[in-house]
Design a protein around this ligand. Structure first.
Ligand SMILES: [Zn+2]
Length: 281
């Protein structure tokens, strides 16, 4: 009997800052990569203000964070990292970003986008909100041949119908998908440890005497132990909702040309009917 291999998807994570993806859904990304899907990471800003240190220039911070992103994503099995290089901190021009993201949805033939929820409750970071919004619009609009027709000149690109958007991190809606990350949690923690920002957070929480900018091998061992404690308990807390040992949570919207395929869900919510149980994968 011939077993048909399930189709490999092109999955594009569109994030604002180099460490966004790792923190929120590295376990899922590693799992999808192990399952044979093609993972691309598109980082919109250089993350060049992302430190509380006072001894670094913006260029040095951007350089450091790009190296961290590449080291972390290597662990996760990411196929390609693309840096758009916008400045960090709320300076991304929306329409220009949307056009670029439509270009990448078409170029990479993105079947699934992973990004921030632009309707998230208590999300204050403008980069997360703008990137989430423009990534969602790009996913829904890349299929229209009359949108940015210059991208299709010479036949290099074609309109492309992206199928779904997976929102990670802070959500504006209860999660409707949980991914079992018990087999990839270790990769997630190792990837998180590649970022100085993560080491800073862990040191602040558990070991304020350690200077994250000058971590000795002994310090790294300690921070790694604390990171394991923190991220294993976070994953267990999320997993508990759906009886998994370790999970990451998402809100997923399926896409039709120009809008989300959510009419039934909206009706159910308007009528006050209970939501469908979340899917586990
Ligand atoms: Zn961020």
């Amino acid at each position: 009997m011939i077993l048909l291999k399930s189709k490999s998807l092109n999955i594009v994570a569109i994030i604002a800052h180099p460490d966004d993806l790792t923190f929120f859904c590295a376990g899922t990304i590693a799992k999808w990569s192990e399952d044979g899907h093609n993972i691309y990471v598109l980082c919109c800003t250089s993350g060049n203000i992302g430190t509380v240190r006072t001894d670094l220039t913006m260029e040095q911070v951007a350089d450091m964070r790009e190296k961290e992103l590449r080291a972390a994503n290597k662990i996760l099995g990411v196929k390609e990292n693309l840096m758009l290089g916008y400045p960090d901190g709320g300076f991304i021009p929306d329409p220009e970003l949307r056009k670029k993201l439509v270009y990448y949805v078409r170029k990479l033939k993105a079947d699934r986008i992973v990004t921030f929820d632009p309707w998230a409750t208590y999300e204050v970071h403008p980069d997360h909100l703008i990137v989430g919004r423009m990534a969602s619009e790009a996913a829904a609009f890349a299929v229209f041949p009359l949108l940015y027709p210059e991208q299709m000149k010479d036949g290099l690109l074609e309109p492309y119908a992206c199928s779904e958007v997976w929102y990670m991190g802070l959500l504006g809606h209860l999660p409707n998908y949980f991914v079992d990350i018990s087999s990839t949690l270790e990769k997630k923690i190792n990837a998180i440890l590649k970022f100085e920002a993560s080491l800073t957070l862990i040191a602040q929480l558990f070991a304020p005497n350690i200077d994250p900018a000058n971590v000795s091998p002994e310090d790294l061992k300690k921070l790694s132990k604390y990171a394991n404690k923190l991220f294993r308990s976070m994953a267990a807390g999320i997993g508990q909702k759906v009886k998994l040992k370790a999970a990451e949570a998402f809100y997923v919207q399926k896409i039709l040309p120009g809008h989300f395929d959510n009419f039934q869900e909206q009706m159910r919510e308007m009528l006050g009917n209970p939501p469908e149980p979340p899917k586990i994968c």
